[in-house]
Design a protein around this ligand. Structure first.
Ligand SMILES: *Cc1c(COP(=O)(O)O)cnc(C)c1O
Length: 373
């Protein structure tokens, strides 16, 4: 059986966790957290990175940092994970879903402007499959209307847009280290702060609303309750595991890219399926390889066929605007030309660190057999 995903492990995670135990520091913001945030700040060339318990938590922090209040409107694609929306809904935000473009499944910048009202506060973009949104167009609209831009870069660590790392272009970027992502620690995330005015407040929100970080730096003589906040720190045990993955990031990235290009090379010639499009000037991190079939029926048939041949595949998001909570807390603006139909055609193939060429060969051969090519 070829699984759809296997959480990444390179081998030395266990000794790193043991080292964290020996440090006698298991709570957040210890030496392993520092190693991880230093790595992120160096690699992404960003001002500040904070480790969080999840990407969901990092998104919740951005909703607090942008002071999202009752009735504020937040624009995002409907084709995304629930957390993208939920983080703002729990602050009282109203979600304004817009369509995606069929080539990348990313938010269509042309639909954003029509969704803007005097209640609009933020635009949340999702770099689907680790492939960049059209950030120039999005940032231009945001500047024109004075809106915050949050990049849900959960899938996009080490991807770039015009040479700039994803997560560093908007005011905030969020990453996920869930075990389905390229770099993992089980559950974990990061918040990237690109707007320097938000920095001090972000550290307070992360530390339960206290100025504990200023206290630790010797800037105040006791720490007190300053603001709203929550517990948004990652345990050192998780940070130790994550640090090992960062140390091996190039190896992991190259291995995934190899698999991705293997799929691309072998599946591009199959007439009945569409493979992902990578726009010019975008470098991606091989987070996902998906194919699209004619329609939902054909997609489900191929999925069953692969399953019968011991290959696990996965569909993806059910558009949020069609869900129970999505209808309650949000509204689709403009016409749903692509979101529903394109999401129903999509199937994700097995892709994980160390999958091996044989397994990938078997997957492509099985697809070729299905289409009798
Ligand atoms: C994985 C993912 C999330 C959630 O990440 P967690 O770390 O599990 O909270 C949010 N948004 C997108 C686009 C994701 O792919």
């Amino acid at each position: 059986m070829i699984p759809f995903n296997k959480p990444c492990a390179v081998g030395s995670e266990e000794s790193a966790i043991r080292a964290a135990i020996e440090n006698s520091k298991l709570s957040g913001n210890g030496p392993f957290t520092k190693k991880c945030t230093d790595w992120l700040e160096g690699r992404l060339q960003c001002k500040k990175a904070l480790l969080t318990p999840s990407c969901t938590a990092a998104l919740e922090m951005t909703a607090m940092l942008t002071e999202t209040k009752d009735g504020d409107e937040v624009i995002m694609p409907s084709y995304t994970f629930v957390s993208t929306a939920n983080a703002f809904v729990i602050r009282g935000g109203k979600i304004r879903f817009v369509d995606v473009t069929p080539d990348t499944m990313n938010i269509d910048p042309q639909q954003i402007e029509a969704a803007i009202t005097d209640r609009t506060k933020s635009i949340v973009v999702v770099h689907y499959a680790g492939i960049a949104c059209d950030m120039d167009a999005i940032m231009e609209i945001a500047h024109k209307y004075g809106l915050w831009v949050i990049e849900d870069a959960a899938q996009a660590l080490l991807s770039t847009y015009k040479g700039k790392p994803l997560g560093t272009i908007g005011h905030f970027g969020t990453f996920s280290f869930h075990d389905t992502k390229n770099y993992t620690c089980g559950e974990g995330g990061a918040l990237i702060i690109n707007d320097p005015t938000a920095l001090e407040r972000a550290e307070i929100i992360q530390e339960k609303g206290t100025n504990r970080q200023q206290f630790k730096k010797g800037m105040v003589d006791k720490y007190t309750w300053r603001d709203i906040g929550s517990s948004f720190l990652l345990s050192e045990l998780n940070a130790a595991y994550l640090h090992v993955q960062f140390q091996h990031a190039n190896t992991i990235n190259e291995n995934r890219l190899q698999t991705w290009h293997h799929y691309k090379r072998e599946l591009q010639p199959v007439e009945n399926i569409t493979i992902p499009h990578v726009p010019e000037n975008c470098m991606h991190n091989a987070h996902m390889f998906y194919i699209k079939m004619k329609d939902v029926t054909e997609r489900n048939q191929l999925m069953d066929y692969l399953n019968k041949h011991a290959i696990m595949t996965a569909t993806h998001y059910v558009p949020l605007h069609s869900s129970h909570a999505g209808r309650k807390y949000g509204k689709f603006i403009g016409s749903d030309t692509n979101t529903t139909t394109e999401s129903e055609r999509l199937l994700r193939l097995p892709l994980y660190y160390g999958i091996g060429e044989e397994a990938v060969d078997y997957v492509v051969k099985t697809i070729h057999t299905y289409y009798q090519t």
